[in-house]
Design a protein around this ligand. Structure first.
Ligand code: AMP
Ligand code: MG
Length: 340
């Protein structure tokens, strides 16, 4: 039994930008008391936004109840509700926002809309202790290199088309791999890649500080269908090319910004090979390498709860009439007054 101080303040954060519906509960000191997630697994193909939103509406009640029970916090003792306001899939975001608005108004407590990408950076900082990192944020929907400068997280490089996680997921589906609970498609590619021996040459597209992954995906998929190389070799080659591209851009941003910490965050951060590549370039530039723990790598409610606390304690709240979702809300449009 966790005995909470009665003076303790808590934020409940709701994440629903894509396939995961997550609820996290954090104290105002950054102690994560609960982080419960329920992911939508499509019967076939990729994420269908309306189907995912329907899943979120169906599980919201149970995920909320489980998080409150795990944290041993009563709804009436919450101080704040935070939610992922964007970027993400419209129907999914709206479902989470509706739950958040309903809770905040029922409990008569403030609401804070959180930028999902800022959430991934802040949970990475909280969990690793990094203070001012150059961050590589790689997930199912985002791929970017960011660092703090002049009041915001600035984007130093990003994908020009699909996200790194999406690239791995689509390839995995083309290869007939199935998404199982607890084993995301990217992790299935990682397992096969460990048995790859031959590097198959594929497109490597870095343009200035940005990169493009769609040509790589097409070439890898075409090679797969031709059947001349093994799936293991293709998984290995896909990873080597894609990860080298993001690592190259990260290294250049590191040389430019001269930050002393590198942070890897987002769902793809769980990948050991990507971790090794980034660790190497961090070492070359005398920077420390920090990776978000696996439990907080993929989309989760805890990162939203914690970022909501940072915003709220720096005077930011989101009135209900401004709580509409922001499907394309870029990280560099968000003021982060808590970062110095
Ligand atoms: P997120 O969008 O942050 O929830 O992250 C989900 C993405 O992370 C999906 O594209 C997954 O396939 C990917 N992912 C999860 N685990 C791994 C892994 N071990 N290696 C590569 N990608 C992964
Ligand atoms: Mg996800």
């Amino acid at each position: 039994m966790v005995a909470h101080k009665t003076s303790e303040r808590y934020c409940l954060g709701i994440e629903s930008t894509a396939d995961d519906f997550g609820v996290g509960i954090s104290t105002f000191n950054g102690k994560i008391l609960a982080n419960i997630s329920n992911g939508y697994i499509p019967k076939e193909g990729g994420i269908h936004p309306r189907e995912a939103a329907r899943h979120h509406a169906e599980v919201a009640d149970a995920v909320l109840a489980e998080a409150l029970a795990k944290a041993e916090v009563k709804a009436k003792d919450l101080t704040l509700i935070a939610f992922s306001q964007g970027p993400g899939l419209g129907p999914c975001l709206r479902t989470g926002a509706t739950v958040a608005r309903a809770l905040a108004s029922y409990l008569n407590i403030p609401l804070v809309g959180v930028n999902h990408s800022v959430g991934h950076i802040e949970i990475g900082k909280l969990k690793t202790g990094a203070k001012d990192p150059l961050t590589l944020y790689v997930s199912g929907g985002n791929t970017m290199v960011t660092a703090y400068a002049s009041g915001r997280y600035r984007v130093f490089g990003e994908t020009l088309d699909i996200a790194l996680g999406n690239c791995l997921d689509v390839f995995a589906r083309e290869a007939g791999l199935k998404h199982k609970k607890g084993v995301p498609l990217g992790a299935a590619v990682e397992q096969l890649a460990q048995h790859g021996k031959e590097l198959v040459l594929l497109p490597y597209v870095v343009k200035g500080m940005d990169l493009s992954l769609s040509g790589l995906l097409t070439a890898a998929t075409t090679a797969l269908k031709k059947g001349n190389c093994s799936l293991e070799d293709l998984c290995y080659s896909l990873q080597e090319h894609a990860f080298s591209m993001v690592t190259e851009v990260t290294e250049r941003a590191l040389a430019h910004t001269e930050k002393k910490e590198v942070l890897l965050t987002g769902g793809v951060a769980a990948n050991k090979r990507l971790q090794d590549m980034l660790k190497f370039i961090a070492g070359e530039h005398d920077a420390t390498f920090n990776v978000v723990p696996r439990a907080f790598a993929a989309d989760n409610g805890a990162m939203i709860a914690w970022t909501g606390i940072l915003a709220y304690t720096h005077g930011l709240v989101t009135p209900v009439e401004e709580s509409f979702v922001r499907v394309r809300w870029r990280v560099d449009r968000v003021d982060v007054p808590w970062v110095k």
